[in-house]
Design a protein around this ligand. Structure first.
Ligand code: PLP
Length: 441
């Protein structure tokens, strides 16, 4: 077996790590060297149970042989081929597989390389749709506070995280936001969908009064993951759907986290019973083995744009790597596994046990809320005075050192294990987290 090379200290300097405390990490590096099934292994050989499916993305678990072999095989057959005015069968097959899983009538699939690109692509498609219909005044994009749609200018602008925006100053113009739906005074310790907050969707009516017929699209995550597991209140998405339809606004669901079984169905749209006009996805699409994202649209959106142009390029948008052969191969193998192992069904079968374990944390010191849906849980802690986020970060580090990977955002610990998780893993995950919460004041 090849020895894994331990980087020399100065080898850590060059990589400017994303969304990281570079100085802290490089002074106390935690380097992952290998992954298999439910676990990572550090360079020193310590096993770390993956409580977060990497970054909400390795839904089928790590190192799946079927995916690895599909990528290897495709790399040997054809490494790359363009999809601009050309094509290769595997990209079409991957798109058809995705379309089989999306809600009925959402059968058109545009490939991108990440969730951020998916968000920006979806927003551009929405603008192009209205233009093709002769409603070119519809240029306004509406996001939601505490929404996360990646880091492109579009996604950042409709996103609702102050920290992601203030460092850069410039944003897209013509953007507005709905209020977030996090109502701890009314909904703390809710299981699954909270009771209160559906009426917050009605703020869209106010925005329509304010902006008239200039709103092109509303983009929301069916369940907001990155800002701390915000589960949609009962009736909220239904109301948003009604209002969008009433006012000719496209509804975009960002399913980058909720796609591919995370909340017990292929997509959040299916589980929550609300169909958008456009949906974005990434992460679980290829089990994260090769970067890939996608945007699925309703047939109406596709036909309006594509049939609106008599001949020639219909949408002036795309990426060199849209439908990349290796990513397409990984997607097909992943979706085969997804179906063969019924990952959404597994996730749904485990969600009760997982939810019980999450809610058992409510009595741990300093826990002020627990929320869950599908195989996602958020445990919110009382912040330390004057040091928001410090407590959760210390808990994250303690858990890691005890062999469990968690994710933190502010003072919220989020858990979202691979969908192949079993009861002993759930016990270990929450058992270690409870120990860490007790150990970290
Ligand atoms: N949209 C949502 C809902 C996400 O959770 C994420 C990433 O976590 C993104 C978009 C951005 O995806 P990426 O990091 O692949 O660009």
């Amino acid at each position: 077996m090849n020895e894994i090379q331990i980087p020399r200290r100065n080898n850590l300097d060059a990589f400017w790590m994303p969304y990281s405390d570079n100085k802290y990490f490089k002074s106390t590096p935690r380097l992952l060297a290998r992954a298999e099934g439910m676990s990572y292994f550090t360079q020193d050989g310590q096993e770390v149970l993956d409580g977060t499916a990497g970054l909400w993305c390795c839904n089928a678990g790590h190192g799946r042989r079927e995916i690895v072999e599909a990528i290897q095989k495709q790399a040997a057959v054809m490494d790359f081929a363009p999809t601009f005015q050309l094509g290769h069968p595997i990209a079409f097959e991957a798109a058809a597989r995705v379309a089989e899983m999306t809600p009925e009538g959402m059968d058109r699939v545009f490939f991108v390389n990440s969730g951020s690109e998916a968000a920006d692509t979806a927003l551009k498609i929405a603008l192009a749709y209205h233009k093709a219909r002769g409603e070119s005044q519809r240029v306004r994009l509406v996001g939601r506070e505490r929404g996360y749609h990646g880091v492109g200018f579009g996604g950042m602008s409709v996103g609702g995280i102050g920290g992601n925006r203030k460092q850069f100053g410039a944003q897209l113009p013509y953007v507005d936001h709905l209020p977030h739906t996090h109502l701890p005074a009314k909904n703390a310790f809710s299981r699954d969908q909270p009771e209160h907050g559906a009426d917050l969707a009605e703020v869209l009516e106010n925005l329509v009064q304010l902006h008239g017929d200039t709103i092109a699209a509303v983009i929301v995550e069916p369940l907001a993951g990155s800002t701390g597991v915000l589960v949609p209140p009962k009736g909220y998405l239904e109301k948003l759907r009604q209002l969008c339809t009433r006012h000719g606004i496209l509804l975009i669901f960002d399913e980058v986290i909720t796609g591919f079984g995370r909340i017990g169905a292929n997509f959040g749209a299916e589980r929550l019973g609300v169909t958008p006009d456009i949906m974005t996805m990434a992460k679980g699409l290829t089990n994260a083995a090769v970067p890939m994202g996608a945007v699925a649209t309703s047939n109406l959106v596709y036909e309006t744009i594509v049939d609106g142009v008599p001949a020639g390029i219909e949408l002036f948008h795309g990426y060199t790597y849209s439908g990349h052969p290796l990513a397409s191969a990984a997607a097909i193998a992943t979706l085969d596994l997804h179906r063969a192992e019924d990952l959404p069904g597994r996730s749904r079968a485990m969600e009760g046990y997982f939810g019980d374990a999450a809610h058992a944390m409510r009595d741990a010191p300093g826990v002020i809320d627990v929320r869950n849906f599908g195989l996602v849980a958020g445990i919110e802690l009382e912040p330390r005075v004057g040091k928001p986020g410090a407590r959760a970060m210390e808990i994250f580090r303690t858990c890691f050192d005890k062999g469990v990977l968690t994710r933190v955002t502010g003072d919220i610990v989020a858990l979202s294990p691979p969908l192949i998780v079993e009861r002993p893993h759930v016990d270990r995950l929450f058992g270690t987290l409870a120990e860490a919460i007790h150990a970290v004041p």
